[in-house]
Design a protein around this ligand. Structure first.
Ligand code: PBG
Length: 334
C-alpha cells in the first residue's frame, strides 16, 4: 500500500476543518435581500390557487397578494415582480387588457404600493398573457410578430403601469428597441423616476414550461424561437447586452439562471449595471419535484442553487423559492 504524504504546507483542508473557520472564510453569502418574488395576480377575492406544475406557488387575487406581500416584507424580501393572469374573455389580438387604466396589474400595483410602501414593485411588461394567440405582441398577416406595432403597445402598457405607481418596468418580450421605446414613453409622460430592468438576455428555454401554465400564456401555435435567443449562443448575448445598455436599461437580466451561469458571469464582467438572474419556473419545479420524491434535500439543494447563481455574479435573483429561502436563511444563515 502506498502512503503518499502531501507536504503539510499544501493542505487546503486546514481551512475547512472547523465550522467557524469555514464561516469566516466564506466568499459569498445569501440574504433575503437578494431575492425578488414573482407573483401571479388573478381577478376575484379571497382566491389562492396552487399551480399544478409548481407545487407551493399560487395565483393570488389582489387582496391575497397584498397579504402575501406582507409575509415577504416581514422576511426581508425587497421586491416583487408582478404578472397578470386574465380570463380568456379579456384577451384579444393586441393584448389591450394589459394597458387598461383599471387593469388587473394596474390595480395590483396600486394596492401593493398602498399596503406596503417599502416594497419595490416591479411589473413584467409583455403581451403573451393577454393575447388570444399567446404570442408576445401583435402578429402580422403572416403570423410573424409586428415589432413596431408591439413597441407602441408596450409604451401604452409601460405608461399605465407608471401611472399605477410601479417602481420598475421589466420588459420580457425580446422586442428589438423595447428599452428605448419604453424610456422615451416614460420620459415624455414625466415618469423619469420609473426604472427599466431589461430581460436583455433571454433564451428560448424549455424551462419556462410551468410558467406558461401559471400565466396561461403558452403560444397557441408556433413557438418563441423567432424572438428569444438560441440556447447555443453566447456572443449573441453580448450584442443584446450592448444594445440594451445603449438604449438606457437601468439593470439587465439573464434568464434562465442555472443552465446559463456562464452568461451571468460574462455579463457581470462586461458591464457595470446591476445584473439580475431569473431562476425560472422549470428550475423551481425541477428541485421541488425531486424534493417531493425524497431524492434531494430541498433546503440544501435550493440554497446551493441560489448561492451558485449569486457566485456566478448576479446582484439579485428573481426566484419562486424566495419565501422558503428567506425563512431558511432566517433560521440558519448561509
Ligand atoms: C413572458 C415571460 C415568460 C417568463 C417570464 N416572462 C415566459 C416566456 O417567455 O414564455 C417565464 C418565467 C418563468 O418560467 O418562470 N411574459
Amino acid at each position: 500500500m502506498s502512503m503518499i504524504a502531501l507536504p503539510s504546507r499544501h493542505e487546503p483542508r486546514r481551512l475547512r476543518r472547523r465550522a467557524n473557520l469555514r464561516a469566516l472564510l466564506r466568499e459569498h453569502h445569501l440574504h433575503p435581500g437578494d431575492f425578488v418574488l414573482p407573483l401571479f395576480l388573478i381577478e376575484g377575492e379571497g382566491l389562492r390557487r396552487e399551480i399544478a406544475s409548481m407545487p407551493g406557488v399560487h395565483q393570488h387575487s389582489i387582496d391575497q397578494a397584498v397579504a402575501f406581500c406582507g409575509e415577504a416584507v416581514r422576511l426581508g424580501i425587497p421586491g416583487v415582480l408582478l404578472f397578470g393572469v386574465v380570463d380568456n374573455a379579456c384577451k384579444d389580438a393586441h393584448g389591450s387588457a394589459s394597458w387598461a387604466a383599471d387593469g388587473l396589474v394596474q390595480r395590483g400595483i396600486a394596492a401593493i404600493r398602498a399596503a406596503h410602501p417599502q416594497l419595490l414593485v416591479i411589473a413584467d411588461a409583455c403581451f403573451c398573457e393577454y393575447t388570444e394567440h399567446g404570442h408576445c405582441g401583435v402578429l402580422d398577416a403572416q403570423g410573424d410578430r409586428d415589432d413596431s406595432a408591439t413597441l407602441e403597445n408596450l409604451q401604452r402598457q409601460a405608461i399605465s403601469y407608471a401611472e399605477a405607481g410601479v417602481d420598475i418596468i421589466a420588459p420580457s418580450g425580446m422586442v428589438d428597441g423595447m428599452v428605448m421605446a419604453i424610456r422615451e414613453a416614460l420620459d415624455a409622460a414625466r415618469h423619469e423616476k420609473v426604472g427599466i430592468l431589461s430581460y436583455a438576455i433571454k433564451y428560448a428555454s424549455a424551462f419556462y414550461g410551468p410558467f406558461r401554465d401559471a400565466a396561461d400564456s403558452a403560444p397557441q401555435f408556433g413557438d418563441r424561437k423567432g424572438y428569444q435567443m438560441d440556447p447555443a449562443n453566447r456572443r449573441e448575448a453580448f450584442r443584446e447586452l450592448a444594445l440594451d445598455i445603449s438604449e438606457g436599461a437601468d439593470m439587465v437580466m439573464v434568464k434562465p439562471a442555472l443552465p446559463y451561469l456562464d452568461l451571468i458571469r460574462d455579463v457581470r464582467e462586461r458591464c457595470d449595471l446591476p445584473v439580475a438572474a431569473y431562476n425560472v419556473s422549470g428550475e423551481y419545479s425541477m428541485l421541488k419535484a425531486a424534493a417531493r420524491n425524497g431524492w434531494l434535500d430541498e433546503r440544501a439543494s435550493v440554497l446551493e442553487a441560489l448561492l451558485g447563481i449569486k457566485r456566478a455574479g448576479a446582484d439579485f435573483i428573481i426566484t419562486y423559492h424566495a419565501l422558503d429561502a428567506a425563512r431558511w436563511l432566517d433560521q440558519a444563515p448561509v
